[in-house]
Design a protein around this ligand. Structure first.
Ligand code: CP
Ligand code: NVA
Length: 299
């Protein structure tokens, strides 16, 4: 029997497997890999895109999604993360989890007889990064030679995007203020894709000639206590029309959403002609379908 495959971070896939997942995401006749089966979707934090895209992906694969809030099951309060996982696996062919602490999804995966998918943790947001690479491929066709500039907080999103960009063969550059930088573990992890991330202070330098300009909130879910200091530190990093004008003429703007208008991005850019945010949001569902098909071993 093949070992159970999980997706806790994008580099749980090889570069070739990432390409396969992206191909499966575009399959007009998706497999019925979940026919007659369920998938549990456990949320410790709010979600619009992830819950809806995952539920619909499960339905499109013939399955039945069951969304659960963290409060219902009481992770490590009512019951351990391990026993919740073992229980859910009695009924479901796969488990998705959105958690505060990344070690919780690691613990879930360590005992799970079915695939565990990280639907966002403090460390990673791999499902979003898959959809982002799918979007970039749809727009530009090729990833090689593509420069992806991330302007803002080196957070879960940035980490997964950097890894996904490296595996897909794109250049990745991140601009953030001193004090808010990837550590050497993060940088080494991106470098082990075969491509090093470039780290700069200056957002103009990052965006110079970029094909994709990407940002995310400065204050992620669970970091609310840091709001004031982060809003101050990141103030020069707003993606506005002036910054976009330094990118390649055909550059696109991406944001995983939800956005904080006037902070990490202006209204003109978020809803402007270069923005592909709705294509990106739709791709969450297609990428989820491709990933689940791959993980369930029914390409
Ligand atoms: N981008 C994203 O994950 O959105 P939600 O938090 O709404 O799921
Ligand atoms: N970095 C953000 C992403 C939300 C989809 C967060 O973790 O809140």
């Amino acid at each position: 029997m093949n070992p159970v495959r999980h997706l806790l971070e994008v580099d749980d896939l090889t570069a070739a497997e990432l390409a396969t997942v992206l191909d499966l995401s575009a399959d007009p006749a998706p497999s019925q890999a979940l026919e007659g089966k369920g998938m549990a979707l456990l949320f410790e934090k709010p979600s619009a895109r992830t819950r809806n895209s995952m539920e619909m992906a499960v339905v499109q694969l013939g399955g039945h999604p069951v969304s659960i809030t963290g409060g219902e099951v009481g992770i490590d309060q009512r019951e351990s993360a391990e026993d919740i996982t073992r229980t859910l696996a009695c009924y479901h062919a796969a488990i998705g989890a959105r958690v505060f602490d990344h070690t919780v999804v690691e613990r879930m995966a360590s005992v799970s007889p079915v695939p565990v998918v990280n639907m966002l943790s403090d460390q990673a947001h791999p499902l979003q990064a898959l959809a982002d690479i799918l979007t970039v491929k749809q727009v530009f066709g090729e990833m090689s030679g593509c420069r992806i500039a991330y302007v803002g907080d080196p957070n879960n999103m940035a980490r997964s995007l950097g890894i996904a960009a490296g595996l897909a063969g794109a250049e990745f550059v991140i601009a953030s203020p001193a004090g808010y930088r990837f550590d050497s573990v993060d940088l080494n992890r991106i470098a082990s894709t075969g491509r090093e991330a470039q780290v700069v202070d200056d957002p103009v330098r990052a965006v110079d000639g970029a094909h994709v300009v990407y940002t995310d909130v400065w204050v992620s879910m669970g970091q609310e206590a840091e709001t004031d200091e982060k809003v101050d530190a990141f103030a020069p990093y707003t993606v506005d029309e002036r910054l976009m004008s330094r990118a390649a003429p055909d550059a696109i703007f991406l944001h995983c959403l939800p956005a904080r208008l006037g902070l990490e991005v202006t209204e003109e850019v978020l809803y402007g002609p270069q923005s592909r945010i709705w294509q990106q949001a739709e791709n969450r569902m297609h990428a989820a379908r491709g990933l689940l098909t791959f993980l369930l071993g029914a390409p």
